[in-house]
Design a binder for this molecule. Structure first.
Ligand code: SF4
Length: 383
């Protein structure tokens, strides 16, 4: 299958980037980015390691289908010992970054050690080098992407970065790629921040190698795409409504955790649902949803691109938030909304943007705020 058979090992303490062969026995035995990267991680670290110490490692990995035309094959995975739970963290992201890693000729990048000063990694096909990130430290994920593209004079470079959240090692920081896709869960962004690694930028022009029988692969992927297209969920529900389609469904069956799990239904669920994203606003006659969007090579195209009402109190003085951006997904809409009793769709879109901008996991953030609100209600926390 589509392996490049190459791993990039980046030692941040020494400032070196070295190439090594992918362990093909492990690639066969632990199929997929998650299994393979986990095998590498547990083979290389002491399980008792402090997740935020230089002795922890962080692996960005692709799978055998990444970068191919297989639907959902554009994803990549970050595996590390996670600071939030102390267990193995495996966080997965869509967009285009994973495919670009494959196109540059790498299956996996292993980060070890800790840089003495902030750095970012630039990979251009076979070349890899660490660059000074002192001018990027303190910047958001969005500003970081913009500045790296400017510096490289390359609008097509794909970037994963941490925001201020990851720099400060907030335990549920994420790694954001392509502006609004994220390896979001388990605090992988905090590990990246602990290593003084601000961003990884990749430009690859090689395509995918290693597919033995391209004709058979083409037939298999096309057959699978037909199955997805003919299915009511992957062919209709997800492209039209995205994952947020779950909001009304889960609320109806009484399984929507509301106000820090104190209730199981939210009276304003319909106001923050996927259907509401399609409704025209009274203020400007536009729908919240601008279009759906796909990760690399995916025909499901469940991603959401939306716009906030420019007159809403959250953004009316902030033009930078007026453009189209990613969201909402079901989990973010639930955690920022129902989990806190908030039924204002614009407010959720705004909170979602801030989390993407600063590299913070919307789900853990929303749930944490919900817990704080209950603790306040109970008098355990005070103003
Ligand atoms: S478009 Fe949706 S289904 Fe396809 S890879 Fe991206 S997140 Fe997954």
């Amino acid at each position: 299958m589509g392996w490049n058979r190459k791993v990039l090992r980046v030692n941040l303490t020494a400032g070196t980037c070295t190439e090594e062969a992918l362990n093909m026995q492990w690639a066969d035995e632990y199929l997929g980015s998650r299994g393979l990267a986990t095998k590498y991680l547990v083979s290389e670290i002491d399980p008792r390691v402090d997740p935020l110490s230089p002795d922890n490692k962080m692996i960005m990995a692709t799978g055998p289908l990444t970068g191919t035309m297989a639907s959902t094959g554009g994803r990549y995975t970050v595996v590390t010992k996670g600071p939030l739970t102390g267990a193995i963290a495996c966080s997965n992201s869509g967009g285009f970054f994973g495919a670009e890693m494959k196109f540059a000729g790498w299956d996996m990048v292993i980060f070890e050690g800790k840089s003495a000063k902030p750095v970012w990694l630039y990979i251009e096909n076979d070349k890899a080098e660490l660059r000074d990130a002192s001018g990027l430290w303190g910047k958001s994920c969005w500003e970081t992407e913009e500045k790296i593209k400017e510096q490289l004079q390359d609008p097509l470079v794909r970037i994963s970065s941490i925001g201020v959240s990851g720099e400060n090692q907030v335990l549920y920081s994420c790694i954001v790629n392509d502006l609004h896709r994220a390896a979001g869960r388990s605090g992988v962004g905090a590990v990246m921040g602990s290593k003084n690694l601000k961003a990884v930028a990749i430009r690859g022009t090689k395509g995918v190698s290693g597919i033995k029988d391209f004709g058979a692969f083409l037939k298999a992927t096309n057959d699978a795409k037909k199955v997805l297209a003919d299915n009511a969920v992957t062919g209709q529900g997800l492209p039209k409504y995205g994952t947020q389609v779950l909001m009304n469904v889960i609320n109806e069956i009484g399984a929507l955790p509301t106000r820090n799990h104190r209730d199981v239904q939210f009276e304003d669920a319909s106001k923050i649902s996927a259907e509401a994203m399609h409704e025209k606003r009274a203020s400007d006659g536009k729908t919240h949803l601008v279009t759906n969007a796909a990760c690399f090579g995916c025909t499901i195209a469940c991603g959401r691109i939306s716009e906030i009402d420019k007159t809403h109190f959250t953004v009316k003085n902030s033009p930078k938030y007026w453009g189209a951006s990613g969201g909402l997904e079901y989990e973010a809409a639930w955690a920022l909304g129902a989990a806190n009793g908030v039924g204002d769709l614009e407010a959720l879109q705004y909170a979602n943007l801030i989390c993407n901008e600063q590299g913070m996991d919307q789900i853990s953030f929303g749930d944490t705020v919900g817990a704080v609100m209950e603790l306040y209600d109970l008098g355990i926390l005070t103003a």
